[in-house]
Each structure stands twice: as C-alpha cells, then as structure tokens.
Design a protein around this ligand. Structure first.
Ligand SMILES: C[S@@+](CC[C@H](N)C(=O)[O-])C[C@H]1O[C@@H](n2cnc3c(N)ncnc32)[C@H](O)[C@@H]1O
Length: 207
C-alpha cells in the first residue's frame, strides 16, 4: 500500500469510527451535498443495463441513491481501500441483488475487471500533509486508472480552486492543468461540469 493510500485510509477510517454509517462518517458536511454530487456524476450517460464500478464507495450510499432513483443498472461493484468501511457496505446491502463490494486499491490490484462506467466521488479531496505536487501526481495516476478500467467512460469530482477559502489539507485541482493532463495522457473526449452549487466540479471522460 502506498503512503498516500495508507494516509487516506487512516483519515477516512477515523471519520467513520467517529461519526458512523452516515454522510458525516463519510466526511461529507451534508447529505444534500453528497446527493448533489451523485446527481451530477450520473449525467455521464444512460446507466440502464450498464455495469458500474464505484471506486471509494464508502458505506455504499451511491448504490442506495441509484436504487432510490430506480436506475436500472445491470451490476454494481463498490470498492474501497478501507476494509472496515467495505464491511459496513456489505452489511448495508447484504440482501441486495446484482451488487458486490470489495476492499481494493485499483492502483495495486492486478485483477481489476472492466465496467461500463466507473465513478469516484470525493476520493481526491483530502491531501492532508502531502505536498501539492506529489498529491497531484497520485491523483493523476488514479484518474488514468479510472479510465483504463472503464469500457465507456468514467466520472469523478474534484475541489475547485475557485473558492473564497483555502484549507491546508484540502486539494484544489486546477481545471487547466487537468485538461492538459487528460488530453495528453487519457482521452480528448472530456466534459467539465462546473455548473452546480458546490465548491467543486465533475469531470466526464469518454472513450
Ligand atoms: C469522501 S468519502 C466518499 C464515500 C462515497 N464515495 C460517498 O460519496 O458517499 C471517500 C471514500 O473513498 C475512499 N477512498 C479514498 N481514496 C481512495 C482510493 N484511492 N481508492 C479507493 N477508495 C478510496 C475512502 O476510504 C472513503 O471511504
């Protein structure tokens, strides 16, 4: 496990142990914001009969959201770097069909299957004490992987640098730098959605 993953895992496990099986335990300030992110992520395309991988699924709230919205997906796979958080997902969805959860680091695992659409909500936001430059490198390598393990495309969110505040442990991703990286290393088919009322934006990358 890399130092980045280890640090991130400890951070989210602390939050989960402190606040539990809810949006706060997943380090979100509100459920409304968490659901707004999901609404924006699924704008990537029609999920009907599609296979889905939610990277950094936490306690599985995205699956709950998809079920509530009656999105008719074919199969849902949730992965997370934290075993204790994945165990909570397994508990939350033990009677659900067409879904699977697994503790997994997509950068290290050699057996990551491909899914039609790959999602990630909130996995890049906390850099803690890592230097901006090294967290960016880590972030970009995960983004590249999200795309590699998707058949149709991937979508994820990042904190915008266009904020009225700055916090040391938060990672703000420049849109310009991101597009440069994606066009050169990932895909030229990109949509940046900076249209909603949170300090962040959602990225859609297509094959
Ligand atoms: C902010 S929480 C969000 C959880 C869920 N996506 C949601 O929106 O409710 C971030 C989750 O991603 C996991 N995570 C962070 N970095 C990850 C990575 N590189 N790969 C997989 N999971 C990761 C954390 O363990 C944590 O459960």
């Amino acid at each position: 496990m890399s130092k980045f993953i280890n640090n991130t895992k400890n951070y989210y496990e602390n939050s989960f142990k402190r606040f539990g099986n809810n949006f706060k335990g997943m380090n979100w300030p509100s459920k409304k914001g968490q659901y707004t992110r999901f609404e924006e992520l699924i704008k990537i395309g029609n999920l009907k009969n599609k296979t889905i991988h939610d990277v950094g699924c936490g306690n599985g709230e995205f699956l709950k959201f998809l079920k509530k919205k009656k999105v008719n997906f074919k199969f849902f796979f949730g992965s997370d770097i934290s075993k204790i958080i994945i165990d909570q997902s397994l508990k939350n969805f033990k009677y659900s069909k067409n879904c699977k959860f697994e503790c997994l680091d997509i950068l290290e695992s050699k057996r990551v299957k491909k899914f039609d659409y790959v999602f990630a909500s909130g996995i890049f936001n906390i850099k803690n004490n890592f230097k901006e430059k090294s967290w960016k490198k880590h972030t970009f390598s995960i983004i590249k992987k999200l795309f590699q393990i998707s058949k149709k495309g991937c979508s994820f969110n990042l904190i915008t640098p266009y904020t009225t505040f700055r916090e040391k442990k938060i990672y703000y991703q420049s849109v310009d730098e991101l597009i440069k990286f994606l066009r050169k290393n990932v895909s030229k088919k990109i949509i940046i959605n900076h249209s909603y009322n949170l300090w962040e934006y959602t990225v859609y990358i297509y094959r």
